[in-house]
Design a protein around this ligand. Structure first.
Ligand code: FAD
Length: 403
């Protein structure tokens, strides 16, 4: 049987891989998106919600995905309250109207976002291929992907293979690329709760002695809570009443009482960076390249900037007839991503470390740091620009231009 040939195979059809497929879809290239389940999840199948920065929303709109998300499925954030413990010590506020924007960011569901991306992909020539990456062979000009599971023996050949297959990337392993990994020794519990005193456009980031708690508004009286805890497994096992009681004590009373909660999901908290993001004929993006602590909701937003820069460069190379699978070209892409990834990693890791320790003098210092941020408009603006994903230089997709 003849091996199917594509210009680019994207392995992994999560948020990042699907976004890249869409960003390349209008170019005169043959693109294949490979995933064990390359389709939109059923609505509400995954309750996780994400903070989408202003810049990322603009990029998703440029891709034609954002307008497909129904107004009931996203919530604009007009205010972010960042505080120590119950919000009475150190405190800083970011307000959209002070910064002259309609929203600081948006909260939307993983399922709604994936559904929008796949609906848009359905109107393109991108091949959606069901299958699991099982191995890799390379020669000078091509990469050949071997499929696993029930498709053993099946292959796909391409000029460039993109590994967008998440934190445990099989593409990365097949290239022999190791990782630098830090385990925060905590897990995140994610749950959607109803609250008695909602503030539907305010998001909260609380730094408690046990780890950060984010509360993200998802409409009406509902909030998604992302709670980082060393004893997350125990919290997951609590009955609903006890869980809500624990959550209320940890978060404080800014949203009144915690009412009903959805089933709790648990995620390990790590920071991981692949030692290289490129190998012959291969490039890693999104969580396959770098995984962050979810504090401040930066992971997908950062992966989307990989997408924007890679798509822009592939478009330039394709127009100029340059080989975008060539080693020097790939290394150049990796260099272009270094500063943003390093700065975003430092930002999230720094937040976790600054606010983690239990020591009283440090607690006082972090309260002071927050009050300082609140009092210095320049510093506050810097924090806001990063939170909104609008830090220059912005790639084309983030400026509303298709690559
Ligand atoms: C609790 C929590 C909250 C978060 N909140 C936010 C937030 O508010 N904002 C934000 O920006 N980020 C957030 N993140 C980070 C965000 O979830 C990730 O950065 C993002 O989902 C990474 O997308 P990805 O497509 O790179 O990887 P994934 O979402 O992991 O997708 C990988 C894809 O690869 C496929 N795959 C895996 N193995 C193979 C294989 N062998 N062959 C083919 N396909 C394969 C999988 O099926 C999957 O579809 C959060 C993370 C956590 C844990």
């Amino acid at each position: 049987m003849k091996t199917p040939y594509h210009d680019i195979v994207i392995c992994g059809g999560g948020l990042v891989g699907a976004s890249l497929a869409l960003a390349l879809a209008h170019l005169p290239l043959d693109i294949c998106l490979l995933d064990p389940a390359p389709c939109a999840p059923k609505p509400r199948a995954d309750d996780r919600t994400f903070t989408i920065a202003q810049g990322s929303k603009r990029a998703l709109a440029t891709l034609g995905a954002w307008p497909r998300i129904s107004r009931d499925d996203f919530q604009p954030i007009a205010e972010i309250e960042v505080s120590d413990r119950t919000g009475r010590l150190g405190l800083t506020h970011l307000f959209a109207d002070e910064l002259g924007v309609d929203a600081l960011g948006f909260v939307t569901g993983n399922a709604a976002l994936l559904a929008a991306l796949y609906e848009a992909l359905g109107e393109t020539r991108v091949t959606l291929r069901r299958g699991r990456f099982g191995g890799l062979a390379r020669d000078d000009g091509h990469a050949t992907v071997m499929l696993a599971d029930d498709q053993e023996g099946a292959r796909l050949t391409c000029r460039l293979l993109v590994g967008a297959d998440g934190t445990h990337s099989a593409v990365r392993d097949a290239c022999g690329i190791g990782v630098e990994r830090h385990d925060y020794g905590r897990e995140a519990i994610v749950t959607n709760c109803r609250v008695s005193a909602p503030r539907p456009t305010t998001a909260f980031e609380r730094f408690t002695a046990d780890g950060p708690i984010a509360a993200l508004p998802i409409g009406d009286d509902r909030y998604t809570f992302v709670v980082s805890r060393p004893d997350a497994a125990q919290w997951q096992g609590l009955d609903d009443g006890m869980f809500l009681d624990h959550l209320g004590k940890a978060f404080g009373d800014r949203l009144g009482h915690m009412l009903g909660a959805s089933p709790r999901l648990r995620f390990p908290l790590i920071r991981q960076n692949a030692r290289q993001w490129v190998a012959p004929r291969v490039v890693l993006i999104g969580n396959a390249a770098h995984t962050l602590h979810p504090v401040a909701g930066q992971g997908f937003n950062l992966g989307l900037r990989d997408v924007a820069v890679l798509a822009e460069r592939i478009a330039e190379a394709a127009r100029a007839g340059t080989d975008y699978g060539d080693g020097a070209w790939l290394r150049d892409y990796a260099r272009a991503r270094e500063a943003d990834v390093a700065n975003t990693t430092r930002f999230t890791d720094g937040l976790v470390r600054l606010f983690a320790p239990r020591l009283a003098p440090v607690a006082a210092a972090r309260a002071m740091a927050l009050n300082l941020v609140d009092g210095l408009p320049g510093l506050k603006r810097m924090l806001a620009v990063r939170t909104m994903g609008l830090k220059a230089p912005l790639p084309k997709l983030f400026r509303g231009i298709k690559p």
